[in-house]
Design a protein around this ligand. Structure first.
Ligand code: CUA
Length: 354
């Protein structure tokens, strides 16, 4: 009895390891959005743009090679465990001992070297392909700056500054219009990751990294900061809004408009400009020129507040102005201890920023 139990335990362990590996492979790469139900759970296994597709092809090859090795090794192990398990009456005898087979040793030295060599060649070709891509004329250039915990997005050539939503044109059949990104950080290391568009690239203080994306299907693509950067790392979401070239041009024209100094009711405007909002936020066309927090010029065109913490609705906006710490504990915008009237007036003014 004791003998059989021992064999079964080993088997159980092998099966557990196998199941765990399978679970890791299947669940790897999923990103859960901070809110919303089925909206935008995104996977590296369903890429919808370059270079994510190219990366997936390479990783499928690597995964397939590893899966074959896993099955061969795991299969031999299970076969050995069952076929040569300890049986009653075996106590006295030693199994036959084998060593020094040149063929076997050559095989298990040369084969892995060949496999590793093939994987190195394929991987470095993909990496070089992606890194050496040069921006074609007409490519959109944007700078993304990581902050604790939001994304500043600038289009220097277009004169646009926005936050947390990167708008890019879709490439169509006959016109390639990729977007080239410069990645910087204002504080600590972050990582820009939109799984269906491209791999991760880090945003490092005092260093500029580059990446590009070339989506073809309009829609909103969700991503995350993928490098732990402090308390609210999990609520540092990025949305990439891919638009048809015409829609993108329209968005650019809208964003280039400054805000009129006479926007909103005079009382509401006064409440905003009399408080310290202006020390941290810019509204182009007005005296608000703070650089510390997100640019609010076209705030109402954004889908979320607090880098994906909550949806941008009038109610949430009011709650956010009253106490951002409710939605995003530790975020750098403090509770300003505003009166109810001030909260309502500031929220009303913000709602005119379209
Ligand atoms: Cu930024 Cu994690």
């Amino acid at each position: 009895m004791r003998v059989h139990l021992y064999g079964n335990q080993l088997m159980l362990r092998a099966v557990t390891v196998f199941a765990f590996s399978l679970f890791c492979i299947i669940s790897f790469g999923h990103v859960d959005p901070a809110f919303g139900k089925d909206d935008g759970v995104t996977s590296i296994f369903s890429p919808l743009a370059q270079p994510a597709q190219e990366i997936k092809e390479t990783s499928i090859l690597v995964l397939a090679v590893c899966a074959v090795i896993f099955i061969v090794v795991g299969g031999l192990l299970v076969y050995g465990l069952i076929r040569f398990r300890h049986r009653a009456g075996d106590e006295a005898s030693e199994p036959p001992q084998v060593y020094g087979s040149n063929q076997i040793e050559l095989a298990w030295t040369v084969l892995p070297i060949l496999i590793v060599f093939v994987l190195i060649l394929v991987t470095s070709r993909t990496i070089a392909d992606i890194q050496n891509r040069k921006p074609p004329p007409g490519a959109v250039q944007a700078t993304v700056v990581g902050h604790q915990w939001w994304w500043e997005i600038r289009y220097p050539e277009l004169g646009i500054v926005t936050a947390n939503e990167l708008h890019v044109p879709a490439s169509t059949g006959n016109s390639h219009q990729p977007t080239f990104l410069k990645l910087q950080s204002a504080d600590v290391a972050h990582s820009f990751w939109v799984p269906q568009l491209a791999g991760k690239t880090d945003l490092i203080p005092n260093k500029e990294n580059r990446m590009w994306i070339e989506p073809t299907i309009p829609g909103t693509y969700l991503g995350n900061c993928a490098e732990y950067c402090g308390t609210q790392h999990a609520r540092m979401l990025i949305r990439v809004v891919v638009q048809s070239p015409e829609e993108f041009d329209r968005w650019v024209k809208d964003q280039q408009q400054a805000i009129s100094g006479a926007s909103g009711a005079a009382e509401d405007r006064k409440a905003f400009f009399a408080n310290s909002c202006v020390n941290c936020h810019t509204i182009r066309g007005t005296s608000a020129q703070g650089k510390f927090g997100p640019d609010l010029t076209h705030l109402m065109n954004r889908e979320t507040l607090g880098a994906g913490a909550v949806t941008n609705t009038p109610d949430n906006l009011r709650l956010w102005v009253r106490d951002p710490q409710k939605f995003k504990v530790g975020c750098l915008m403090p509770n300003m201890q505003l009166t109810d009237q001030e909260v309502n007036q500031i929220a009303a003014y913000l709602q005119t920023l379209k």
